[in-house]
Design a protein around this ligand. Structure first.
Ligand code: FMN
Length: 176
């Protein structure tokens, strides 16, 4: 039998079609609480979040990002960001928070997709949400009531696993 935790993890798929329904305050709070459960280096908890709920702004943010246009019907967009200076682990910490939020969404009946950021995308998105340059905008996450279904699936691949020591061998595991 599959452990319950694996079923919860496999439920998370990138959902890119939404019903247009808004999220409740309780849902937003649950997602933020899940994100803030994440581990962080020295327990700095450097994550910050802008929760975009204004439909017009949701639209603007999603259309500004080259690969988030599907998010215009989301109930909210979570912008994950943190201070740029003096934290070598910022990306890892923000990644952990982002993943927690996605896993939580999938397990409370919502859909979401992690939309990655870079310098270029930040120039388009940050001004819309009033984010000053001293912050690194890490991810934009449209979240909503799903209007599509995707099956849970495993991505387990034995060729990507080594026990005790790395060994050269054919297969995708040899070239990450
Ligand atoms: C760092 C990162 C950046 C991503 N950026 C985007 C994006 O800009 N737009 C998008 O639609 N999906 C984006 N994705 C989602 C991936 O396309 C998706 O996770 C992958 O295809 C696997 O599908 P699954 O999430 O359903 O398992 C991103 C995922 C990660 C981890």
């Amino acid at each position: 039998m599959k452990p319950a935790v694996l079923s919860m993890l496999m439920k998370r798929r990138s959902i890119r079609k939404f019903s247009g329904k808004t999220l409740s305050k309780a849902q937003v709070r649950t997602l933020l609480e899940a994100a803030m459960c994440a581990p962080s280096a020295n327990n700095k908890q450097p994550w910050r979040f802008i929760v975009v709920t204004d439909p017009e702004l949701i639209r603007e943010v999603c259309l500004a990002h080259p690969h988030a246009k599907f998010g215009v019907d989301a109930g909210a967009v979570f912008v994950v960001f943190g201070g740029r200076e003096g934290n070598n682990h910022l990306f890892s910490d923000l990644g952990a928070a982002t993943q927690n939020l996605l896993l939580c969404a999938a397990n409370i009946g919502l859909g979401a997709t992690w939309c990655g950021m870079n310098e270029e995308r930040q120039k388009l998105v940050n001004p819309l949400v009033g984010l000053p340059d001293r912050y690194w905008c890490y991810a934009v996450i449209p979240v909503g009531v799903p209007a599509e279904k995707k099956p849970p699936r495993t991505q387990y691949d034995e060729t990507k696993v080594f026990y005790d020591r790395f060994k050269e061998r054919p297969g995708p595991g040899a070239r990450p």
